[in-house]
Ligand binder design. Sequence first.
Ligand SMILES: Nc1ncnc2c1ncn2[C@@H]1O[C@H](COP(=O)(O)OP(=O)(O)OP(=O)(O)O)[C@@H](O)[C@H]1O
Ligand code: NI
Length: 438
Amino acid sequence: MTETEMDTTTRNTNAEEILRVSGLSTRFFTQEGQVNAVSDLDLRIERGEVFGIVGESGSGKSVTARSLMDLIEPPGEITEGKIEYNDPDLADAVRDDYPQAVDGEYVDLLEVPADVRESLRGTSFSMIFQDPESSFNPTLTVGEQLAEAVEVQRRASARPRSTRAKTQDYTLASFALSTVLPSREYVSEESRERAIELLEMVGIPDPVERADEYPHEYSGGMLQRAMIAQALAGEPDVLVADEPTTALDVTIQAQILDLLAEIQEETGMTIVLITHNLGVIARMCDRVGVMYAGEIVERGTLEDVFDDHVHPYTEGLLGSIPDLEGARGRLQPIPGNVPSLLDSEMEDRCYFADRCPNAMEDCLDHPPEYDADGSADHEVRCVLAERDYEESRALPEGYFGETERPAADKHADPDRTEEDVQPERAEQPVDDSGGDRL
Ligand SMILES: Nc1ncnc2c1ncn2[C@@H]1O[C@H](COP(=O)(O)OP(=O)(O)OP(=O)(O)O)[C@@H](O)[C@H]1O
Ligand code: NI
């Protein structure tokens, strides 16, 4: 181990992990059979970092995000694993009733009742989505909805989580209470003012007037900003952003990413950023996990993944982003199809082997995660971490049957959104449409 590697190791043991996900599996029990959307997934998210999850369409990114937020609905189900959240007060509050859920300052959110999980939504965890329409009620003004979100936070901070309740009953009941949305008439003037502040913070011009408008009166980019404001109303520790810019045009995409980066810097919030776009990852993230077929197949720092990647899938993803010069690069989608995640069709091998230019006999066994060169965080689910590619061990052409043309990826339309988000960490000029945001 080199000296630099030692340093990284030290840093990582010291950094506080706000979220520890271990062995998480999420299945959908559909008429066609069991869909293994997320399988045995491990994640360690450090407080204050921007952690990116990237992968092709169907790789399980959104299901991972929704699992973290406890938003999986039937026929889906988290079938295994732990989602441990670092919150000493919560740990104290639930320790007596749910000792198996608590490990020091961590609480396994899958071991506490649903109402406790729900009480954390908005105030500890918040999520923004690709389509802001889904986050707003069309019949209420944006200002009213933001004020309601602020009220939820006020109630949550009024509950005796940090002062330790006298009785467990009271503690748990208070968690549940904070999930009840106040009705409109209880929204205080203070919350209204805070709503306007939030709109201003996310760069909405004339926030006082805009607060009284309905969602449909907002442009796509403005509504995206308003959704971010809504997500921030509860001052969450962790923001999960699922493709927050994909639906927007390139200029607005860049502005929204800048806004998120600014807010992150200002508040120290932890962000889990989900995207199919490695350019967005390069611009925003500290560390990244590359997802394929419901698993993280490569993870590490940006440097690990961009410069020292081992997995041919990562290589393939990198080949499908535009070149660094900003000239329209030739996008080369990875040949072959995203695999079926139907349990009955998944073989116990490397799930990428049928598309992999370097598939060997070794790949017929499902690979574990290996340590890879680079930072201490660099891990890869590929035998190439352990051995070089050997032509003599290559699987014969056509081993997995006919390889077809790549499936149309709904996100991979190069003419629309990809070209201007550059895969480098450039300081972008701040857009001037928003005034003072923070
Ligand atoms: N409600 C559902 N019922 C059945 N299968 C589902 C459901 N939701 C997701 N899946 C399956 O889970 C797998 C992962 O989907 P997910 O939405 O997480 O992919 P993704 O990586 O977010 O893709 P995209 O980039 O297209 O958003 C897919 O095979 C999908 O078909
Ligand atoms: Ni998705």
